[in-house]
Design a protein around this ligand. Structure first.
Ligand SMILES: Nc1ncnc2c1ncn2[C@@H]1O[C@H](COP(=O)(O)OP(=O)(O)O)[C@@H](O)[C@H]1O
Ligand SMILES: [Mg+2]
Length: 258
């Protein structure tokens, strides 16, 4: 863990955020900073408020108290600076891959030729070249997720919000996607905020991991697996530091698993 981060620029700052749903205190006085150009995972047991936190950052939910700042401005609602990669990705079933990827740009009034060339670039970056004219029902679950990710990237949002994006895909697809995500984080200087309940996944993909404990939810620890970030993807899973961090996180979460 490092403590020398005076020059880190934070794209997103969550300050003393609480959220109550009636009597349920979903989040309590939660503060967390998300550095630009990095991937931060939010890891915690089911029901600890991960989705609530993401929706508040997206501006889809208002906090009961506290605030979120994106590039120094207080969030008051959804905005083009943040893109949500939805769990089920909300693709248009009747539209081709390229139309789906370009859809966010279409909504913003970008001309057809321009939006298709932007879409094409991200189709390539997420590994979908050759599937431009396919329809969602012709794709596997993992490929549909790539379409959703390409759509979020093509609108050029600074902050990408991902809520357990790999939970519905098989293990091999998930591993491939995790590797691709690591290279995307390196290519794009965006702020990735990634919710997962998988310890291994968080340690594999993250620059920093915020451990959330439930009832009421609070950040118990922030872990930065900096030592393993420069190892090739083939080596991370057997790296001693990777294994050590996975064990350490499990030790702090195990008593919360029902
Ligand atoms: N719309 C809602 N109304 C009432 N309670 C909710 C609502 N959404 C979430 N909760 C409660 O808030 C807590 C946090 O939920 P959530 O943010 O979905 O957690 P996670 O994504 O970590 O599983 C849970 O106790 C959940 O039951
Ligand atoms: Mg959730």
């Amino acid at each position: 863990m490092r403590d020398d981060e005076h020059d880190v620029e934070y794209a997103v700052s969550v300050r003393d955020v609480s959220k109550n749903y009636g009597d349920v205190e979903a989040l309590k006085d939660l503060s967390l900073d998300f550095p630009r150009g990095q991937l931060t995972s939010i890891l915690g047991p089911s029901g600890c408020g991960k989705t609530t936190l993401l929706k508040i950052i997206a501006g889809l939910l208002s906090p009961t108290s506290g605030e979120v700042e994106v590039n120094g401005k207080t969030v008051t609602g959804p905005g083009p600076d943040r893109a949500f990669v939805f769990q089920d990705f909300a693709l248009l079933p009747w539209a081709s891959v390229i139309r789906n990827v370009a859809f966010g740009l279409e909504l913003r009034g970008v001309a057809k030729s321009e939006r298709e060339s932007i879409a094409q670039k991200y189709i390539k970056n997420v590994g979908l070249s050759g599937f431009e004219n396919s329809f969602p029902h012709e794709l596997s679950g993992g490929m549909r997720q790539r379409v959703g990710l390409a759509r979020a990237l093509s609108v050029d949002a600074q902050v990408l919000l991902m809520d357990e994006p790999f939970s519905a895909v098989d293990e091999q697809t998930r591993r491939k996607f995790q590797e691709d995500l690591l290279s995307l984080v390196q290519q794009e200087s965006k702020t990735f905020i990634f919710v997962t309940h998988s310890i291994e996944e968080a340690v594999f993909v993250s620059d920093q991991i915020a451990i959330l404990l439930p009832r009421p939810s609070r950040v118990s620890e922030i872990i930065k697996p900096t030592g393993i970030r420069n190892k090739g993807t083939d080596n991370i899973r057997r790296d001693p530091e990777y294994l050590d961090i996975v064990d350490r996180i499990w030790a702090s979460l195990r008593s919360y698993v029902e």
